[in-house]
Write a protein that binds this ligand. Structure first.
Ligand code: MN
Ligand code: MN
Length: 417
């Protein structure tokens, strides 16, 4: 059972209480939801119908919501762990599009693995492609709209961005190959509706191919008649040799960014936030990213984003998030590595690390800039009398609130010390 420490309104010492029995102050929900209603009547909490203990164990906040949760709202949890995996020689992929995850209309996601030498064939699509590397190494190529090529190697913690319509390829490098998560800037984009070079060549009259490339028709007698999508290829040689062969010119706009090695915009003993958007990664005009790392006991502070929905991919650890919506509605859910969450723009949320391990996730936005509004920063920049009349708290209590955007709440502050 996860526990957290609460400061009582009296002078009594803080006490450890289970999440679902945590004291609630001024719960607006009448009658209250949750086990706070039981008042000794445990019989009314009986669940004797069919149950799935594995799922219940993964979603404790669904079965036993905090008493402050109210009503319901569109489901904002999904996971690559429940997505069918398309396996080919050379690698696999599984995806989450709006068809599977209704709320996710701004971003669709693909989790892909390419074995060493495995190739995601030459292709392009109608949406921009962003990706974060999670394991191994990958060689990426792209041609920009001015005809300039890029050839780069990426590793865990790096991201890439290919603008819509620009052709590219991916290839796993040894020894581990490459695993990564792609985000497209359109929730309906699927990994199986891309424009593949083999499909176009196979569906062009051979005499047109011959005319186009200035070669005999027989040149194309052995082309694949079905697309390759992912296939096992030979591992490429050195990056330098490939860059030379592709005639890469120095100074071409970067298509990759070393996100996990970039300076943190927020950092304290509770964790850190790193970011990439068009201000430090100029090519990324339609996708902004934050890489959030939260230490055990830490919490991503209460905040919202005014410019786009937040699409989350959980890389590591376990977390809990409540989404606050109009109505009011408030819904809490639990997340694990491999899961995906979506928070509509402007809806309030926090993310708590509920485990003993580091919690890490990426926030992905269909926007050119990373933007957030911090609740603490807002309250810290108002006339104190105005805030006190809303919250009915003392001047001393308000004065002890953080006055700035913290990003991650420091550990010492989070436990009420
Ligand atoms: Mn692609
Ligand atoms: Mn957020």
């Amino acid at each position: 059972m996860t526990t957290r420490t609460h400061q009582n309104t009296t002078d009594a010492a803080p006490q450890q209480v289970p999440h679902h029995e945590a004291p609630t102050f001024g719960n607006p929900d009448q009658p209250a939801e949750g086990t706070i209603n039981l008042v000794g009547d445990t019989g009314s909490a009986r669940m004797e119908g069919p149950r799935n203990p594995v799922l219940e164990g993964q979603f404790p906040s669904a079965t036993n919501a905090p008493a402050t949760d109210i009503s319901t709202q569109p489901f904002f949890w999904s996971s690559f762990n429940i997505s069918p995996r398309r396996q080919q020689a050379g690698g696999w992929a599984r995806e989450l599009t709006q068809a599977d995850f209704a709320i996710s209309d701004e971003i669709s996601g693909v989790n892909m693995f390419l074995a060493a030498g495995g190739i995601r064939e030459l292709h392009w699509h109608q949406t921009a492609e962003w990706a974060v590397m999670t394991r191994g190494r990958c060689r990426v190529t792209m041609l920009d709209q001015r005809g300039r090529p890029s050839v780069e190697d990426v590793e865990a913690g790096d991201i890439w961005y290919f603008p819509a319509g620009l052709p590219h390829s991916l290839q796993g490098l040894g020894p581990e190959g490459a695993e990564f998560v792609i985000a497209f800037d359109d929730g309906s984009q699927s990994e199986s509706n891309t424009l593949l070079i083999t499909d176009w060549i196979a569906h062009t009259p051979p005499d047109v191919l011959a005319k186009n490339f200035g070669v005999p028709v027989e040149t194309f007698k052995d082309i694949p008649l079905h697309n390759l999508w992912i296939f096992q290829g030979a591992e490429p040689g050195s990056l330098e040799a490939d860059r030379k062969a592709a005639q890469v010119v120095e100074g071409t706009e970067a298509v990759i960014f070393r996100l996990s090695r970039s300076p943190a915009i927020k950092q304290n003993d509770g964790g850190r936030i790193q970011f990439a958007d068009s201000s430090n990664f100029p090519i990324a005009k339609t996708i902004a990213t934050a890489l959030v790392t939260i230490e055990p006991g830490g919490m991503r502070e209460m905040h919202w984003h005014p410019n786009a929905d937040e699409w989350q991919y959980y890389l590591r650890g376990t977390g809990r998030m409540t989404v606050f919506n109009t109505g009011p509605k408030a819904t809490t859910n639990d997340f694990r590595a491999g899961d995906v969450g979506v928070v509509r723009r402007n809806l309030g949320h926090y993310v708590e690390n509920t485990g003993d391990d580091v919690l890490q996730f990426v926030e992905v936005f269909r926007a050119d800039r990373y933007e957030e509004v911090s609740l603490a920063n807002w309250l810290g920049h108002l006339p104190p009398e105005l805030v006190m009349q809303h919250l009915n708290i003392s001047p001393e209590a308000l004065a002890s609130f953080p006055r700035v955007t913290q990003g991650i709440v420091p550990i010492a502050k989070a436990i009420g010390a």
